[in-house]
Design a protein around this ligand. Structure first.
Ligand code: 4AD
Ligand code: MG
Length: 459
């Protein structure tokens, strides 16, 4: 309703309306007062004017910020002022009072402080905009894939395998860990555990996604993902959401084409469907955001190989904290140099050394690199990781041996290569990182409602 009033104000001129919401600001004098009311349905507030003819004028004048009220009144146009219209109240009733201890007072609060009141911060302008954009972006992702006929696949949260082979999993157990069942060697006996084996929270739905792509051809997942990575950075969360498309009869270039189309669609959709919020970010969080995103929508992403990236970094004349050599993993400072200073747009880096990438990535003919690609974006760094998958059973098995993975744990994954395997590819988009990129917010803790990071799960 409020959005509609803002978009077609004239149509509502002189109408009697009723609106309920929370007081964002209130100022009053002896004879009249102003309330900025937010009804939750829209980013912008509605201005309410009340005068001493209200029988509860005195009570209303003293209300605290965040009190919930119901207002009846007439919508009048106020051209030439900051607000295009206001409501002249004929009746105001109080639903729920707010105490004067309410922590979100009118002054600007730091994002750090707002993190300590994660249950109240969605009532601030910044977080109202962030979480509305997050919702719209999620819808855009679904719309993009559904319109292409991709099947939305719910991969399990509880799994028995480690997709990334990196051992960064949260173990799940119902064993009494103070006094667990143990085997002859004194190790915890997980055969006595709930599932009869070791299980953990998923680090990626990819392995299961591959199984479904080999039945439905094109699928995507969109769900929570967990990593017990002990990295305390502005880009890592222990619980985050990932979108993982998987496409059959497709190679690395098909993945990059799809990812580029998806990112462009996502940015464009959010700019068109959340213009007020995006304006806000452009003004208060990251000046130049809209220009940058508009450029992205209107130009192609860069594509270079890892080997070329290393050359660029070595010839840059820059002193990096971690010096670059062929074979090393690219650090954030390297990624940021490539995107922020050289390319100034999203950039795929392809064909990484096999030793720094996961076991499932397809080995290139040089036997040294794999058909992988990360998408790096200015301001954030890596937001997508993906690859063509190794569909050749013998090579996959020898890669797993090299990396000390237990083949028995992956028996069903290996079987996919025996029963009509085909070339296929896929990727994972970190949803929070995408939201950081879309909004200009600098910390992952500020784009997920209740963040979980090492030593921090207060809410
Ligand atoms: O590069 P990653 O580890 O790739 C995979 O998990 C593949 N299995 C995906 C696939 O091919 N289906 O993670 C993918 C993306 C990263 O690029 C990053 O955006 C995000 O997930 N990500 C995280 N986001 C927030 N916090 C963390 N701790 C993250 N770890 C990865
Ligand atoms: Mg990665």
């Amino acid at each position: 309703l409020v959005k509609e009033i803002y978009r077609e104000t004239e149509k509502h001129s002189d109408q009697m309306i009723q609106i309920s919401g929370w007081i964002r600001t209130l100022r009053s004098s002896k004879a009249f007062g102003f309330i900025e009311l937010n009804d939750g349905s829209f980013f912008k507030n509605i201005q309410v004017v009340f005068e001493e003819n209200l029988d509860n004028f005195k009570e209303i004048s003293k209300l605290s910020i965040s009190t919930s009220i119901v207002v009846e009144g007439k919508l009048v146009l106020t051209p030439g002022t900051k607000q295009p219209f206001e409501i002249k109240a004929t009746k105001i009733t109080v639903e729920g009072e707010s105490s004067s201890e309410y922590p979100l007072q009118k002054k600007r609060h730091t994002l750090e402080y707002l993190r300590t009141i994660a249950h109240l911060r969605p009532r601030s302008n910044t977080f109202s905009a962030v979480f509305r954009v997050r919702s719209i972006a999620a819808y855009a992702i679904h719309k993009f894939f559904q319109e292409k006929g991709f099947v939305y696949t719910h991969t399990p949260v509880i799994t028995g395998s480690d997709c990334e082979g990196a051992g960064e999993m949260f173990r799940i157990t119902t064993l009494d860990m103070k006094n667990p069942a143990v085997d002859e060697e004194g190790n915890v006996d997980y055969s006595k555990d709930f599932f009869g084996k070791e299980t953990n929270l998923t680090v990626s739905g990819q392995l299961e996604a591959e199984a479904y792509a080999l039945a439905f051809r094109n699928i995507y997942t969109f769900g929570p993902t967990f990593r017990a990575e002990n990295s305390n950075t502005t880009r890592h969360a222990s619980e985050f959401w990932m979108i993982e498309p998987e496409i059959a009869f497709a190679d690395l270039n098909d993945y990059m084409d799809l990812a580029e189309e998806m990112m462009t669609y996502l940015i464009d959709y959010v700019m068109k469907n959340a213009p007020e919020e995006m304006e806000f970010f452009n003004k208060f969080i990251d000046k130049g955001l809209l220009d940058r995103l508009n450029n992205v929508v209107n130009s192609d992403f860069g594509r270079i190989s890892y080997t070329e990236a290393v050359e660029i970094l070595k010839n840059s004349g820059k002193e990096f904290d971690y010096p670059v050599e062929w074979g090393c993993d690219l650090q954030t400072e390297h990624e940021r140099y490539l995107t922020d200073e050289v390319y100034k747009k999203p950039l795929f880096v392809t064909d990484y050394p096999k030793d720094i990438k996961s076991f499932y990535m397809r080995l290139n003919d040089d036997n040294k690199t794999v058909a992988a690609a990360d998408l790096l974006v200015p301001g954030v760094g890596e937001i997508i990781g993906g690859s063509q998958r190794e569909e050749r059973l013998d090579i996959l098995e020898s890669r797993m041996k090299e990396m000390n993975l237990n083949e028995e744990d992956y028996w069903w994954y290996l079987e996919l290569r025996k029963f009509g395997g085909t070339k296929h590819a896929g990727y994972g988009l970190g949803f929070e990182r995408a939201i950081m990129y879309l909004t200009g917010m600098g910390n992952i803790r500020d784009v997920i409602p209740f963040p979980r990071t090492p030593k921090s799960a207060e809410f």
